[in-house]
Write a protein that binds this ligand. Structure first.
Ligand code: CA
Length: 218
């Protein structure tokens, strides 16, 4: 579960990131509006936590740009206690929820769980591919009618590949989808996951594009 955290307060940002890590979230953290809009537009996140008061484009503008581009990523905004008008503007601009600073991390976690539940309940058809069925909502994977239990990273990798068959996904993009920006990744981690998926399904499932990345054929 990859989350983009956008918060320019160093202590708060560190605190949120530290609190979310044990929950199994991959948290990438940016501290200004412009680079977060760029990241949200070019990479895939399951959710964004967006502070409103930010340098280089405020959070409200980021949100407006996202929604104007029909980007559906669930967004939780962080606002100051006295800024009722910000909250209203944020919700009007397409925020899915908000928290008022200072907040309890337990509440933040509960809000994130609720948002993610809601977003997975949006109709997302199961992906079907040559005998494989992957249901993003229930996270169940079947192959020829048998349930296959995949570790989280393998599930994420298979999901990334199956939602865009016929498209070469670069190593960088896949690594970011699996690990985020900061997590230390063994240089051959991706190869190992690919190897496991080929073994659990069939060898031709994932094609290697030398020097670039991987794809599943259309
Ligand atoms: Ca701020």
């Amino acid at each position: 579960m990859r989350i983009l955290l956008v918060e320019d307060d160093q202590a708060l940002g560190e605190g949120i990131r530290t609190a979310l890590k044990p929950e199994g979230y991959t948290v990438d953290w940016l501290q200004d509006g412009a680079s977060s809009l760029h990241a949200l537009s070019h990479e895939s996140f399951e959710l964004a936590i967006l502070d409103l008061g930010l340098p280089r484009m405020d959070g409200l503008q980021v949100l407006k740009h996202l929604r104007a581009a029909a980007n559906p990523v669930p967004v939780l905004i962080l606002t100051a206690r006295d800024a009722t008008s910000d909250r209203i503007a944020g919700l009007d601009a397409g925020a899915d929820d908000y928290l008022i600073k200072p907040f309890d991390v337990a509440e933040l976690k509960a809000r994130l769980r609720a948002l993610l539940r809601r977003s997975f309940q949006r109709p997302q058809p199961a992906l079907e591919y040559r005998g494989i069925s992957l249901d993003p909502a229930s996270q169940v994977v079947e192959y020829q009618g048998q349930t296959i239990n995949l570790p989280r990273k393998e599930f994420l990798l298979l999901h990334e590949l199956l939602i865009q068959p016929g498209r070469v996904l670069t190593r960088d993009k896949l690594q970011q989808a699996l690990y985020g920006w900061d997590e230390e990744v063994e240089s051959n981690a991706l190869e190992v996951h690919v190897h496991h998926l080929r073994k659990k399904f069939f060898p031709e499932l994932i094609r290697t594009v030398r020097g670039v990345g991987y794809l599943v054929d259309k």
